[in-house]
Design a protein around this ligand. Structure first.
Ligand SMILES: Cc1cc2nc3c(=O)[nH]c(=O)nc-3n(C[C@H](O)[C@H](O)[C@H](O)COP(=O)(O)OP(=O)(O)OC[C@H]3O[C@@H](n4cnc5c(N)ncnc54)[C@H](O)[C@@H]3O)c2cc1C
Length: 466
């Protein structure tokens, strides 16, 4: 027999915590599953541990991070049932009466039935394929920040940051606070586009404190000895056993810098695997250049018993994630008879102005930090696209030339996307390369068909499932 609950929330980041608290306050039976050991999600990862065991790191990680403790404490004190260390590997929406979750908790597989599921699985970093990106000594900026939050680890040696986006500058600023000075930042941000310029004024009017926070990170970088090199368009990591040199192009010149560690970042994209595997509809979001689930304003997906909130529904940032998650939860409460239509409407009206300012900021960030062209369509044919199966750009192009128009057809020829990461690192690039050849548009080109399990689980664990 499987366990049952009214609402299962997947993810205990800002969105999942806010949604679950709203449901619990209305007397709905809610359980939150998260694969991490403690609540907080990406932005407030390990906040309780840092506060208790390494309070000096709060200064390094900044005010915004420290403020997360308040949200996490409120979540802990609520009536929400919270299950840490629980990875959801399946979300089955095939029954009209309920949804079923497949879990892995304490090394044991289990199933849970729920009247409604709310996916709040957040975001992941956008893959950045370039020559040498699989070399030891090259990693993502988010991964380095995770090590800092989890374990207080700060990079050593000659560290170079490359790419674009707020997280890159936030981490550079956090490194400086920790006393570790990167050698340089190879910035791939292009000149401010007219699209970004058009939304700068509304963002400045509505979200000045948030813009100021970003400007403080940039000021700290300017005040340091970090060399900030702009308009970088090509990036290559070179070395034998591990990274030794970084080659990059600035305008028409090729330059080199020696480094021990290269941290790359090019923005974040929604973590869509569970929603995709449950059969929820998705579409190509042109402004954010990634796949988004098709959700209504109230968070409900194309499956009426599955709602999606926070960055998993489209990149919005932690604050907007919370506001929208509360509204999505209220709608779920209404559908279960625990909130009235008037309450839903009043909450929507009350949230309107807060939402508007954060949407303005998001439009500006989307327009300013456009994903780098060189990562979207790698220039060098030898660049690995699929890290797991070691498939190159040239191999995907060859498959496209054979007539494959979509990534699922391409899988049969290359095994691309069939390795342990299940296409998380290559999916967008494969679709991009096929679209570039056939010019069908990303929507028509499509994406890998995602099937459960979306998290690693052994045959033994599956066999032990009751
Ligand atoms: C690596 C990284 C670092 C970031 N650092 C910052 C930062 O320092 N500051 C900032 O402002 N923004 C940061 N962001 C952006 C930030 O994640 C979002 O703006 C914000 O946290 C979104 O909140 P959320 O609740 O939607 O998702 P998240 O905070 O990402 O929470 C999602 C939660 O879902 C859980 N989860 C995912 N899949 C499963 C599954 N299958 N089973 C069980 N649990 C699952 C995760 O463990 C996570 O706890 C970062 C993003 C990334 C990818």
């Amino acid at each position: 027999m499987s366990d049952a609950v009214d609402v299962a929330v997947i993810g205990a980041g800002p969105a999942g915590m806010a949604a679950a608290a709203e449901l619990a306050e209305r007397g709905v039976g809610v359980r939150v599953y998260d694969e991490q050991a403690s609540p907080g999600g990406q932005v407030f990862r390990s906040i309780e541990k840092v506060t208790e065991q390494r309070p000096a790191d709060l200064h390094t990680l900044g005010e915004q991070y420290a403020r997360g403790l308040r949200d996490v404490r409120r979540f802990r004190q609520s009536a929400v049932s919270y299950v840490p260390g629980a990875a959801v590997w399946e979300l089955d929406g095939s029954s009209p009466q309920e949804v079923r979750l497949g879990l892995l908790h304490d090394n044991r597989a289990a199933t849970v039935r729920a009247r409604h599921a709310l996916i709040a699985t957040g975001a992941m970093e956008r893959p950045t394929p370039f020559p040498g990106w699989t070399l030891p000594g090259v990693m993502s900026t988010g991964a380095a920040q995770t090590l800092l939050k989890e374990s207080g680890l700060v990079p050593e040696g000659r560290v170079v940051l490359a790419g674009s986006g707020p997280l890159l500058y936030l981490f550079a600023s956090q490194m400086l606070q920790s006393g570790c000075v990167p050698v340089c930042i190879l910035d791939t941000t292009t000149r401010m586009s007219l699209t970004a310029l058009a939304v700068l004024a509304p963002a400045a009017v509505h979200a000045l404190p948030e813009l100021r926070r970003g400007m403080r990170w940039l000021q700290r970088i300017r005040d340091s000895s970090i060399e900030h090199i702009h308009r970088v368009t090509g990036l290559q990591a070179i070395g034998g056993e591990r990274l030794q040199t970084i080659r990059f192009r600035q305008r028409r010149r090729w330059l080199e810098v020696s480094a021990d560690l290269l941290l790359v970042h090019d923005g974040v994209i929604p973590n869509t695997w569970l929603a995709m595997s449950a059969g929820c509809e998705h579409y190509w979001h042109t402004r954010q250049q990634c796949w988004h689930p098709r959700i209504q304003a109230n968070g409900v997906s194309s499956h009426e018993r599955i709602s999606i909130a926070g960055d998993a529904g489209g990149i919005v940032g932690g604050d907007l994630a919370c506001i929208r998650a509360r509204l999505a939860a209220l709608h779920v409460a209404h559908s279960l008879g625990a909130a009235t239509r008037v309450e839903v409407q009043e909450a929507q009206n009350a949230a309107h102005s807060g939402t508007r300012k954060l949407v303005a900021l998001r439009h500006f960030l989307d327009g300013y930090y456009v994903p780098a062209a060189a990562f979207q369509l790698p220039e060098d044919d030898d660049t690995l696209v699929c890290r797991c199966e070691e498939i190159t750009v040239a191999q995907i192009k060859a498959v496209a030339a054979l007539g494959c128009t979509g990534p699922n057809q391409g899988k049969a020829f290359t095994r691309c996307g069939m390795g342990p990461c299940m296409g998380r690192e290559c999916g967008i690039t494969v679709s991009r390369l096929l679209d570039n050849h056939h010019k069908l548009g990303m929507q028509e080109t499509g994406y890998f068909r995602i099937r459960p399990p979306v998290k690693p689980i052994t045959v033994g664990q599956l066999a032990d499932l009751e």
